[in-house]
Write a protein that binds this ligand. Structure first.
Ligand SMILES: [Zn+2]
Ligand SMILES: [Zn+2]
Length: 371
């Protein structure tokens, strides 16, 4: 069910703007998180009150809301998808919270300074130009998978990839506001950029999801980035893949992820390397596994057989009487990464032919008699 904004503010459906404002001010004062530290229900109430006021104070939004209330069904605002309960509150997130008709108050924070006579309620954030809170947010990490072949993983390689890299929008410098359209104090966090949540005996602050920690909402969303403050730019990125990287290995490229907000550090690009399977070599850690086929006489009599290692080809001596499935170890022929030296294990497969010539058949029958 959509929230009943009239009920939340305790006003009648035909309440005047002055009545709505009056009720909002007294409720906001009562339920402000700073006045109710650690009180989750007060915080929820405060959010609801701010949201209700945000809508009912705006003639256009109030009209839309009234229509929705009267006729029910999904309300999709100006082209947006219907939100939870059929009413898309995100349409009200674009800074249409106007304070100029609040009797000369410049911002949401000012309302409180005025009510409480001082800036105490907002602490540091309530003074001078820093009144509008800005929470530095580190950019998110960006991740992608990169497939390379077995040999490249062993020897190391360089790859160039094309990437749609998120960058700070140049048009709005990351503020999300169309230049010249001004900014409004965020109604959800009251301009602080953070929301406090009670967790047991403690109060935990997290960045405000509505204004993304900025404390302000754009007067008009930036036409380039749509208000997110970020755009995607095609970039070519060189990635150095270290020798010996294993399947699933990760490479971190610092600062190549999503840009930080409000002066926060940029996120990283995390590249997960998928190593393609090799026809002959199998890898487990630093050890390499291969197979070699020999005939029955070779197994019985012993032989020398060419075997490939990672770096060269050698002649492996198979001792007489080697049984099927024997694993011969080539010491030091594996990888030497992560401070270890691996070996190569050669598994002996005895090839049993399903077709033999008449001559071979005769010899085998002779052999059978002998045995
Ligand atoms: Zn906010
Ligand atoms: Zn922008």
């Amino acid at each position: 069910m959509p929230k009943d904004f009239y009920n939340i503010l305790g006003v009648a459906e035909n309440a005047s703007k002055a009545e709505i404002k009056k009720s909002f001010r007294s409720l906001a004062k009562k339920y402000h998180p700073d006045r109710n530290p650690g009180d989750k229900s007060a915080e929820e109430r405060f959010k609801d009150i701010s949201e209700a006021y945000d809508v009912l104070n705006d003639d256009k939004k109030r009209q839309q809301y009234d229509m929705m209330r009267k006729y029910g069904g999904a309300y999709a605002g100006s082209g947006g998808p219907g939100g939870q309960g059929g009413f898309d509150f995100s349409n009200f997130g674009n800074g249409t919270f106007r304070t100029e008709d609040l009797g000369g108050f410049g911002s949401f924070a000012d309302i409180f300074s005025s009510i409480f006579g001082d800036n105490d309620i907002f602490g540091q954030a309530g003074r001078g130009s820093s009144r509008r809170g800005k929470t530095a947010l580190r950019g998110n990490d960006l991740s992608l998978n990169l497939s390379i072949n077995f040999e490249d993983a062993i020897s190391g390689t360089k790859k160039t990839i094309a990437l749609n890299k998120p960058e700070t929008c140049l048009n709005c410098s990351g503020s999300g506001a169309e230049p010249g359209s001004g900014q409004e104090t965020c109604p959800q966090c009251g301009g602080r950029g953070t929301i406090s949540t009670a967790q047991g005996a403690f109060s935990v602050s997290r960045p405000c999801p509505r204004c993304l920690g900025r404390g302000v909402m754009p007067g008009k969303a930036c036409r380039v980035c749509g208000g997110t403050g970020q755009t995607k730019v095609k970039k070519r990125i060189n990635i150095k893949i270290p020798a010996g990287i294993d399947d699933g290995g990760k490479i971190r490229l610092r600062g190549m992820g999503y840009p930080g907000r409000n002066g926060g550090a940029d996120g990283d690009l995390i590249v997960t390397v998928d190593v393609k399977k090799h026809q002959q070599f199998d890898r487990k850690g630093n050890d390499i596994y291969t197979k070699v086929e020999i005939s029955y006489p070779q197994a019985v009599l012993g032989c020398k057989i060419p075997v490939k290692t990672l770096t060269k080809s050698i002649n492996l001596t198979i001792p007489p009487g080697t049984v099927h499935g024997t694993k011969l170890r080539l010491k030091g022929m594996g990888l030497s990464v992560n401070g270890g030296q691996g070996d190569q294990y050669v598994e002996i497969i005895i090839n049993v032919p399903d077709k033999v010539s008449d001559k071979q058949k005769k010899i085998l029958e002779e052999l059978q008699k002998e045995m």
